[in-house]
Write a protein that binds this ligand. Structure first.
Ligand code: PLP
Length: 394
């Protein structure tokens, strides 16, 4: 018999699994080219050539002990040094190797840092809409997720409610910019306001409130929009980065945490995160891909391919009468459902073989997420279907 907690988690995972099964079923009936699956955030753009070359070079050039062996649980020292240098060059920071912990993607990094910080009952604040997995990651360590209601005008965080809901039990907040599911990038003003609220509340309550910046989409920002580097604004910031989207390597499971020396209890936090990496069973981030990414720090996927998808989808949907904020980053578009019940709307979309995810999965009912990390040609084929769907509501 599985645990009660797992039984509940399995039950809650059924929406995405059902969507996946539905995609397969529809493809068998209508042919894969007539099914438009916008449900998954799986990168469609190839990894840069530099990654393939780096992998081969690492295998050919380097001493196998240094490629396949056990290592410090935080990752290879030289790789961490190089990553610190790269961040410093781009964001004017002063990190060293000991500020970096290599992780099993952003998901691994978030679990490591939440295990490091949370006592049972500690509160973690997130802003709706948010990546649904945060619920599970926080519950893994018996934390309590506190959800701030969405600001559907522009999807910048609702700061007034945020300030009101910080309590003595608030241990951390998770921010995600560029955002999944809205594609919104937090402006510098938003970041400054967030930081000043946190500073004020820390002082008032005499506590430490850590800001965890979940950044798998940092490199995916369009039209030259700036994505502020959050450690430059608030001392208690810990960054979780991932190469899953910036290099299209989600299956390789590689990313890192940045723990600046300015965070409260720095030495203890770093030491605990190192142990958490080990005892959560990750032990260390995969070694071959650690070495490979260190050789392509300046590479990223061809952003223009996602940008073309974004323009095509956004411009046409708006034309058909859909209401959505133009995404500035990531590869998602968050559109208002054409009826109040977002789940009913997603079900109606399925009639046209359009697979989209109801906003309720992200804590924001009344909307739906359309992931445009797909083939341009598929978007072109899907447009008449989005149009017909909109016409049903006129
Ligand atoms: N955080 C957000 C907001 C995501 O969208 C994802 C994946 O889609 C993750 C974390 C997990 O990414 P990773 O593959 O690096 O674990």
């Amino acid at each position: 018999m599985i645990s009660e907690k797992m039984a509940e988690l399995v039950q809650n995972s059924s929406v995405i699994r059902a969507m996946f099964e539905e995609g397969k079923r529809l493809s068998e009936i209508h042919g894969a080219e007539n099914v438009f699956d916008f449900s998954l955030g799986n990168p469609s753009v190839e990894p840069p050539e530099a990654v393939k070359k780096a992998l081969l070079d690492v295998i050919n050039d380097e001493n196998s002990n240094l490629v396949h062996g056990y290592m410090n649980n935080s990752g290879y020292e030289d790789v961490r040094e190089q990553i610190a240098g790269h961040i410093n060059k781009n964001f004017g920071t002063y990190f060293q190797g000991n500020n970096i912990i290599m992780t099993v993607g952003a998901a691994g990094g978030l679990n490591v840092i939440l295990k490091t910080l949370l006592n049972p009952g500690d509160e973690v604040i997130v802003f709706a809409p948010f990546f649904g997995e945060y619920r599970n990651y926080v519950s893994n360590f018996d934390g309590k997720l506190v959800v701030i209601t969405p600001n559907t005008v522009d999807f910048q965080p609702n700061l007034q409610e945020f300030e009101e809901r910080i309590t003595a039990r608030t241990k951390a907040i998770i921010v995600n910019t560029p955002n999944n599911p809205t594609g919104v990038v937090y402006s510098e003003q938003t970041v400054k306001d967030l930081a000043s609220i946190l500073e004020k509340k820390q002082k008032e309550l005499g506590t430490s409130i850590y800001m965890i910046s979940d950044e798998p989409y940092r490199e995916l920002a369009y039209d030259g929009v700036e994505v502020p580097y959050l450690t430059n604004y608030y001392n208690n910031t810990i960054v979780g980065y991932s190469y899953s989207k910036s290099l299209s390597l989600p299956g390789e499971r590689i990313g890192y945490l940045v723990i600046p020396k300015e965070v409260d209890d720095f030495s203890e936090v770093v030491q605990a995160a190192n142990v958490a990496n080990r005892i959560l069973g990750y032990v260390n981030a995969p070694s071959l891909i650690q070495r490979a990414v260190a050789r392509c720090l300046d590479s990223k996927v061809e952003l223009e391919l996602y940008n073309r998808n974004r323009e095509l989808l956004y411009n046409n949907l708006v034309d058909y009468g859909y209401n959505c904020v133009k995404p500035q980053g990531a590869f998602y578009l968050f559109a208002q459902a054409l009826e109040e019940d977002d789940k009913a709307f997603a079900t109606r979309a399925k009639k046209y073989n359009l697979l989209i995810v109801p906003g309720s999965s992200f804590g924001c009912p009344g909307y739906c997420r359309i992931a445009y990390c797909v083939d341009y040609a598929m978007i072109e084929r899907s447009l008449p279907k989005f149009k017909e769907l909109a016409e049903e509501y006129k």
